[in-house]
Ligand binder design. Structure first.
Ligand SMILES: *Cc1c(COP(=O)(O)O)cnc(C)c1O
Length: 396
């Protein structure tokens, strides 16, 4: 066993089920382990390295900034933070950005803002947030309560109060659960951890309409599906709907820890000096990397490649479904977040692929999830599908 694995097993909390591989280098869609073995990465650090590993523009932006100024307090201003906020607001519905360090923190900020808004409402105080079954919003106490999955919440009672859960993509259930205390509806436009669940075309529009009628805030958690993953900068753009609040993290910092909560002006005004804060939030190094990510996504042809390769991969996966009807139930997703639901556990398939040099992931027990970098090529998709088909074959 390698020294890294031995030390990790000896000294780090056992909160992760890890594969016995330690990585030392990455480039594009490739990773190398300690023994020099190369792997094709269709996980991208769970939708983090959307531009591939060590994208030169991201590395250059971060290292240039590291050499000039690493950190100052948010009592002062820095150019990279200002620049990224301007880019994010210019390319979204939002007027203002709050920077933090992770997806859970971005959702915490969104929930605090929603409470602040609901408690100040003329029809208030309103403090309840409706979230969706099989959602994932993070592991902190508030986001854990927002995450309607028993396995994630197990053993952490009492949970933070103020959350109501309804089935995803069920408008009537949502409508029926609204009451005088409801202040917001929070959901992922496409559920990631819940098994790559894409709602019906009209669902999000109806949710938006309900929020408008009932005076509720609509919060989109785009931590996983934002930043180009679906072939548009933000997933909700596919559905012709805008939220009041949106959260981002994962791919925003190009591999560095960066989260953001964005809101339109009518909501953003509820946060005033002292309402919320983060020591590292918007740190110059990570926001410099974020600016490079935005430039590459918007100017580098990355979204176009994501859309084209998303269709190519999906067609190939549909082909696998046709050839393996006993093993594959269906294929779903958008752009380069795709899920292949199997009739049995996905874990053995993931393990066989890893042995053959392909990194995939299984979510919601039976769904193989594909999250390649958005710069993936046809040849790499062909290689993925060849390995996957052999692994599926062994399953039968
Ligand atoms: C990963 C994820 C989070 C949590 O992000 P962390 O950075 O791990 O806190 C929240 N929401 C969604 C949709 C995610 O996929």
């Amino acid at each position: 066993m390698s020294e890294s694995i031995a030390k990790t097993e000896a000294h780090i909390f056992k909160t992760y089920g890890r594969f016995p591989i330690a990585f030392v280098r990455g480039e594009g869609a490739w990773l190398w382990d300690e023994g020099g073995r190369r792997y094709l990465d269709f996980l991208s650090g769970i939708a983090v390295c959307n531009l591939g590993h060590c994208h030169p523009a991201v590395v250059r932006a971060a290292t240039d900034q590291l050499e000039r100024l690493v950190h100052v307090s948010n009592f002062f201003y820095t150019a990279p933070q200002a620049e990224l906020a301007e880019q994010l607001t210019r390319h979204s519905f939002a007027d203002r950005v709050f920077f933090c360090n992770s997806g859970a923190e971005a959702n915490e900020a969104a929930l605090k803002l929603a409470r602040r808004w609901g408690n100040a409402a003329d029809s208030g105080p309103r403090s309840e947030v409706i979230t969706m079954q099989a959602s994932f919003h993070g592991r902190t106490f508030a986001t854990l309560a927002a995450t309607a999955q028993a396995k994630v919440q197990e053993g952490f009672a009492p949970l933070m109060p103020g959350f109501v859960y309804v089935p995803f993509n069920d408008f009537e259930a949502l409508q029926a659960s609204v009451n005088a205390r409801t202040c917001a509806v929070m959901l992922e436009p496409i559920q990631g951890e819940g098994g790559v669940n894409v709602p019906d075309a009209e669902y999000l529009k109806r949710v938006r309409g309900l929020c408008d009628t009932e005076g509720l805030l609509l919060i989109f958690d785009e931590v996983q599906v934002g930043m180009g993953r679906t072939g548009k900068l933000f997933a909700h753009e596919h559905f012709g709907v805008t939220p009041d609040i949106m959260t981002l993290a994962k791919a925003l910092g190009g591999g560095l820890p960066l989260g953001a909560m964005l809101a339109s002006q009518r909501v953003a005004g509820l946060f005033t000096p002292g309402s919320h804060a983060s020591t590292f939030g918007g740190n110059p190094v990570v926001t410099a990397a974020g600016c490079a990510v935005m430039r590459e996504l918007l100017d580098g042809g990355v979204l176009e490649n994501c859309r084209a390769m998303g269709i190519y991969l999906r067609d190939k996966l549909d082909g696998l479904k046709t050839r393996h009807p006993e093993t594959v139930v269906c294929v779903r997703g958008k752009g380069l977040i795709l899920g292949m639901e199997l009739t049995g556990s996905g874990r053995p398939v993931v393990e066989r692929c890893l042995e053959a040099g392909l990194i995939l992931n299984c979510t919601a027990e039976r769904t193989i999830r594909f999250l390649p970098p958005l710069i993936i090529t046809r040849d790499q998709i062909d290689e993925c599908c060849t390995i996957l088909e052999a692994a599926l074959g062994q399953q039968e």
